[in-house]
Design a protein around this ligand. Structure first.
Ligand SMILES: [Zn+2]
Length: 575
């Protein structure tokens, strides 16, 4: 029991206590206004910094980055030099230091591989020899940096969706040793196939539905090779999209060039898969149905072996990520990373008389917007408590390689990186009432967006086509993949002046006429940058809040990245 204070005879507290209380009151009277003053000036400071973001400065950056002089900003060309030098100069002029031990540049070692797989496969099956043709029936490549890849006698196994997802009680690789074998897996995830909203995330694609995940999981299982079975509806794109880009690819160089990925990666058409299964004595449609039941499905050995040779031409090269940093005052080793890829397609095939792929919306406006957010941070009188990094990334268009490299070689460890905010594909359509969140529901960062949006009299809304898996298709995803909560947001769906239908038309028009074409150009006559200014301010608000608190926002329970983050934070606590 606590000792109770003895009351004095007249019931009043002793004078000493009164004096203590008086002292407390005096402190309160002095300190409270002081705190108020500090927080007011802090708010005022942030407000002034944010207000320095403006359309004229934004436009200056856009005009430069999207100009013909920058030649479409292709990595490893003169366009890269122009772009990266421009970014370095911009950071220097703002007084922002280089993020990589004082340098603004991070060298990203790359290798371009041109594949020539053998033209025809002869598979010995139960019902005789089955011939499959390259491009018509299958595509094949290898991520291993070798001049020749030779797959010999690798058993073919159907492994359902190729998914191991403990949070959904799903394991397509249970009770089978897959080492050295080649797996055939279905594209997308069971939720999409069944459109059952209680299975995975229903119509919305999860990372488990992406081919990239399936490649990674097969490698983790020790498979020699993987073929994803194509289906236009489930993949979201036709077979031609795959064959157009099948001949070459850019990869990150790693220390051990054979360590990552299966020796064979590729796709097979559903028509060819059906033939193959039938030749091996199996009914493809029946197995597809069985693969939807995780408690009874077991991977099936098809009883046929794959022999396949791939010849590679290798070209070693390198490109640069560019980044500036504002060091935190209290916890400088914790950081917020803003990102926007600078690269685009350079000079390419002529379309409508133009061959320079200027990449204005993709991604000159976003890079310019990030520079404006950076300027606001640089203008703060009181610097943020945590460090803030502004990272402009290379080789996004060729497989998000710059961000993949950064995630492996980050300025601060992954577990000290609080959040990533990514700028990608901004159209100059004027002010928007909405803030569209791609990957809505993934993490607590949604609340930060909602609060900042409210300050701008805007509302948050989910991206309208989650079945396309856009959340897994830009640089923020490389942060998510290593567990860092990341945001992909912008005004997109609800024009303040012209409404929703108009916004939709503009965007559809962009997809049809300009996206990844020379027509993605800056037109000062039609561009309205007011919405982009507002978005740059929104990014500032969110980052400013994150950089001045001690909290680490978490992934939501249903997120496929939550377990990865928990692991890495645990490692951090053990240090
Ligand atoms: Zn882009």
């Amino acid at each position: 029991m606590k000792n109770l204070k003895k009351p004095t005879a007249n019931g009043q507290k002793p004078i000493a206590t009164n004096f203590k209380q008086m002292k407390k009151l005096i402190y309160f009277l002095i300190l409270a206004p002081l705190f108020l003053l500090i927080s007011c000036t802090k708010q005022e400071d942030a407000k002034q910094a944010e207000d320095s973001i403006n359309a004229a400065d934004l436009e200056k950056h856009i005009v430069a980055l999207a100009s013909d002089e920058f030649q479409g900003r292709k990595p490893c060309t003169a366009g890269e030099d122009a772009t990266t030098q421009y970014l370095e100069k911009a950071f220097k002029e703002m007084g922002i230091a280089g993020a990589f031990d004082g340098s603004y540049f991070q060298e990203v070692p790359l290798v371009e591989m041109n594949y020539t797989p053998q033209n025809e496969l002869k598979l010995k099956t139960k019902k005789g020899v089955l011939r499959l043709e390259y491009i018509t029936d299958y595509i094949a490549s290898t991520p291993h940096i070798v001049e020749e890849m030779n797959i010999k006698n690798s058993e073919l196994v159907f492994a359902g969706y190729g998914i191991v997802a403990p949070e959904y009680g799903w394991n397509d690789y249970k009770d089978i040793d897959i080492t050295g074998k080649t797996v055939l897996v279905l594209v997308n995830d069971p939720g999409f196939t069944t459109q059952d909203s209680t299975l995975f995330r229903g119509n919305a694609m999860t990372y488990y539905g992406r081919w990239a995940y399936k490649y990674e999981e097969a490698a983790r299982q020790g498979a020699k090779g993987i073929w994803v079975i194509h289906n236009t509806k489930a993949a979201g794109y036709g077979w031609n999209v795959l064959t157009n880009t099948a001949h070459s690819n850019l990869y990150m160089q790693s220390e051990d060039n054979t360590a990552e990925g299966c020796a064979l990666e590729g796709w097979i058409t559903d028509v060819a898969a059906k033939k193959l299964f039938a030749a091996c004595g199996f009914d493809f449609e029946k197995l597809k149905k069985e693969a939807l039941n995780p408690s009874t499905f077991k991977a099936v050995n098809l009883g046929s072996k794959l022999n396949l040779k791939i010849k590679n031409k290798l070209k070693f090269t390198s490109s640069k990520n560019v980044a500036g940093i504002i060091k935190g005052t209290d916890t400088p080793d914790e950081c917020i990373v803003y990102s926007a890829h600078w690269d685009h397609f350079g000079i390419g095939p002529i379309a409508k008389g133009d061959s320079i792929y200027n990449g204005c919306a993709d991604n000159a406006i976003p890079v310019a917007s990030m520079l404006e957010t950076a300027k606001a941070f640089a203008n703060l009188k009181k610097k943020p408590k945590r460090s803030v990094i502004f990272l402009s990334i290379t080789a996004e268009e060729t497989g998000m390689i710059g961000s993949q490299y950064y995630a492996k070689n980050s300025v601060f460890p992954v577990e000290k990186t609080v959040a990533n905010l990514n700028y990608e594909l901004f159209l100059p359509l004027g002010r928007m009432k909405d803030v569209t969140i791609t990957g809505y529901g993934q993490s607590e960062l949604d609340n930060y967006v909602a609060d900042a949006a409210k300050e701008q009299d805007r509302y948050i809304i989910a991206e309208p086509f989650p079945e396309n898996g856009m959340y897994y298709r830009s640089d923020h995803f490389r942060f998510a993949q290593v567990g860092i909560p990341s945001l992909f947001i912008k005004g997109w769906q609800d024009s303040r002046t012209h409404g929703k239908e108009w916004a939709k038309q503009q965007i559809n028009n962009y997809w049809a006429t300009a996206y990844h074409k020379p027509q993605d150009e800056y037109n000062p006559k039609t561009a309205d940058l007011a919405g982009n200014v507002e978005d740059a301010k929104l990014f500032f608000k969110i980052g400013y809040r994150l950089a001045n608190e001690t909290k680490f926002p978490q992934w939501n329970k249903t997120s496929e990245f939550r377990a990865i983050r928990e692991q890495s934070l645990k490692r951090n606590n053990q240090k």
